[in-house]
Design a protein around this ligand. Structure first.
Ligand code: SF4
Ligand code: SF4
Length: 374
């Protein structure tokens, strides 16, 4: 496993971290023995960074890690979790949640701790309840070593919030598809300008960049028959100089081993390879059916439909033609309320969408199609 000395932290991090939201499951619970084997194999191969969150696996991910990581010396690995900002409703909630997380993870401290999934709206909650001061206090008490946030909104929002406080790191969704399509490039450059290390989530975009329609996949396979499709996406992200760590949620031994192989003596993407990636991006653009940019201006829907989430799953499905990922993302990772079928056609979201998408119509169409492949 390749490692990198991160000057800002004064520590050596593996280039690949284990994202703990996609463990193998059995009867809708984490398959303990299978997932434990994965954690041990990862650790034995130098992946000693584990990234969990309050809500992963319905809260089970933290508890699972709290049990399994006791097999290793605490100082030999890095443990990260995140404050579920959306659960903060009154003073004292953050303290309660944080203490619960320490207990579930069976630890005295987190090496890295993030305000989870920030956007324009949740930043208002952060400011209202002084959550930056809260995590800074925990850092001063030694219960957190490094503080940051994960982010899903546009660059204006990021620039303001990143500069408003002092951050050790920030976690962004970066991959070669989102780079221009969803302006991940600007977000990345903002961190570069502010000299804040970038931790990357979704480098393979939830599996989308690991499996394509056959004609797009062929471009990669013709160039490097022996390399996996996912390895292109991981190498692409690893080629960015301000990337300190890349997270990947690995669900089985094959994915884990493939990623370990990719991150052992990893090679930067060459100009020639970039041209192949550019062609694949062109292929993918041609089949994008809903022009949603993921800006989230339409949110929150009063009936809790996750509008951009539904569009993202559908678009990924159209591009990849991968029914398994689409079904899993839509029916397993979304609640019934979040799915398109729960749209009550009030029309409020349409007034806010800068892309002028007929949202209720699209949601109805998508829900029908998802049911047809269930
Ligand atoms: S039209 Fe549907 S998705 Fe849009 S706000 Fe109303 S219920 Fe929510
Ligand atoms: S549906 Fe429109 S407003 Fe909502 S995230 Fe997509 S582009 Fe933005």
């Amino acid at each position: 496993m390749d490692k990198k000395f991160i000057e800002k932290f004064g520590i050596i991090l593996p280039k690949l971290g284990y994202g703990c939201m996609r463990f193998p499951t059995k009867d809708n619970k984490i398959d303990f023995e299978h997932a434990k084997k994965l954690i041990h194999h990862a650790y034995d191969n130098g992946i000693n960074y584990f990234d969990t969150a309050y809500n992963y696996h319905g809260g089970e991910s933290e508890t699972f890690l709290g049990k399994v990581l006791t097999d290793f010396k605490r100082e030999s690995y890095f443990l990260t979790s995140k404050l579920p900002v959306w659960k903060i409703k009154e003073e004292g909630d953050a303290e309660k949640l944080f203490n619960e997380q320490l207990k579930k993870c069976n630890t005295e401290y987190f090496d890295f701790y993030l305000l989870h999934s920030l956007n324009k709206n949740s930043i208002e909650t952060v400011e209202k309840f002084n959550l930056y001061d809260f995590i800074l206090k925990k850092k001063n008490e030694g219960k957190i070593k490094n503080i940051g946030f994960s982010f899903h909104d546009n660059n204006d929002v990021l620039q303001k919030f990143a500069a408003a406080h002092k951050w050790d790191f920030i976690q962004l969704q970066i991959n070669y598809w989102d780079w221009e399509e969803n302006d991940a490039k600007s977000l990345y450059e903002t961190l570069e300008n502010l000299n804040i290390p970038c931790f990357v989530m979704e480098p393979v975009r939830g599996g989308f960049l690991a499996s394509f329609a056959p004609h797009a996949m062929k471009r990669f396979k013709d160039y490097h028959p022996e390399q996996s499709i996912a390895s292109w996406a991981l190498r692409w992200v690893a080629s960015l100089p301000n990337v300190a760590l890349i997270l990947s949620g690995m669900s089985n031994m094959e994915q884990l081993q493939d990623n370990i192989d990719t991150f052992t003596d990893i090679k930067a993407i060459t100009d020639d390879e970039q041209r192949v990636i550019d062609k694949v991006i062109e292929d993918l653009r041609k089949i994008k059916p809903v022009p949603c940019t993921g800006c989230r201006y339409c949110m929150d829907c009063q009936f809790e439909v996750d509008i951009p989430g539904v569009f993202e799953i559908y678009n990924d499905y159209k591009k990849s033609e991968n029914k398994d990922i689409a079904k899993r993302s839509y029916f397993m990772f979304m609640t019934d309320k979040e799915q398109g079928g729960n749209c009550q056609k009030c029309g409020e979201c349409m007034t806010k969408c800068p892309q002028h998408i007929n949202i209720p119509e699209e949601l109805e169409k998508i829900h029908k199609e998802m049911l047809s492949i269930k």
